[in-house]
Design a protein around this ligand. Structure first.
Ligand code: TA6
Length: 301
């Protein structure tokens, strides 16, 4: 499989495919501007490091063990076609099935600035159709360079409208969760999922001294992660997304999860997710497309 992918989509010196120990196919991107790993299962970008940064910007748990049908802890999980628990089916996977099923490469190329581009398509199967019978295509395009751009496109190829929830559920690498803040959400309303689900309003920057699990609604704003320890800012710009999720599990939940990188990997990550969920789920009309786009940039300060 890797050999066929290398001959059809490989780019000499920039993009190659390998099969890992668990039988999953991983794309390795390394160009003059940045490097990344992407697992074809889930179209799951696992890590991204611009060449200007000594430390990766997108975090991957050192405890994650990629396996067929299992979600990877870290990177930029694709949550689709629903976010969180399924509305009615408790047996369906949280955050949708997209991140644990095979996607196939449909295109690759080099951008004018030398960044590497690759597009993957979710391959419909008996499993996916059993949970989502709508006729549609889901494509993810990643552009890896000094910035990281990801475009999640949903195309309704059927005759009836459907509603999706979705997210690029990205884990960012930070120095220490207690030495960062997130700006861009000031004054916004959010569903606070810690201790129930209450609607609250953000006062000032987001800082962290315990578990945070918030769905900010009706917000297309760019967020910035201010990292005092790593002395950098990470810009999280987006379009086609009206929800933003900010999440840290903190120590108890992280220990229960067991794959956050013992003993304190949870301190080195924060999720700032570009989402459409709850009040902001998206109706994709028959014959139309909807695209959620993010662009990440890190600057040393
Ligand atoms: O986006 C935050 C969240 O919904 C949290 O509630 C937590 O469940 C997190 O996602 C991780 O979910 P996962 O299914 O990847 O373990």
């Amino acid at each position: 499989m890797a050999t066929a992918l290398n001959s059809q989509f490989g780019i000499k010196g920039q993009l190659s495919f390998r099969e890992d120990a668990s039988g999953l196919i991983v794309a390795e991107i390394d160009n003059a501007l940045g490097r990344a790993w992407l697992c074809l299962q889930g179209a799951h970008l696992m890590m991204w490091q611009p060449k200007s940064q000594a430390v990766p910007v997108v975090w991957l748990s050192r405890d994650t063990k990629p396996a067929v049908g299992k979600s990877i802890r870290g990177g930029a999980p694709v949550c689709w076609p629903w976010f969180g628990a399924h509305a009615t089916e408790t047996s369906f996977p949280g955050h949708g099935f997209a991140r644990t099923v095979p996607w196939r490469v449909i295109e690759s190329g080099i951008e004018p600035d030398g960044a590497t581009r690759m597009t993957l398509r979710l391959a419909a199967s008996e499993k996916t159709l059993a949970q989502w019978s709508h006729e549609c295509n889901a494509d993810l395009t990643v552009i890896v360079g000094e910035t990281l751009r990801m475009e999640l496109k949903t195309e309704n190829t059927g005759a009836t409208d459907f509603v999706i929830g979705e997210a690029l559920h990205t884990y960012f690498q930070i120095g220490d969760i207690e030495q960062i803040s997130v700006t861009g959400l000031e004054g916004g309303e959010y569903w606070d999922k810690v201790g129930g689900s209450n609607l609250r309003r953000q006062d000032g920057a987001v800082s962290f001294s315990g578990e945070v699990d918030r769905v900010y609604i009706n917000s297309g704003a760019e967020c910035v992660i201010h990292d005092d320890k790593l002395k950098r800012r990470i810009h999280v710009a987006k379009s086609g997304s009206l929800s933003t999720v900010v999440w840290t599990p903190w120590v108890e939940k992280a220990n229960k999860m067991g794959d956050m990188g013992q003993p304190d990997g949870w301190r080195e990550m924060v999720c700032v997710e570009s989402v459409n969920a709850i009040d902001n789920v998206v109706t994709v009309a028959a014959g139309t497309c909807h695209t959620l786009i993010v662009e990440y940039r890190a600057e040393s300060v």
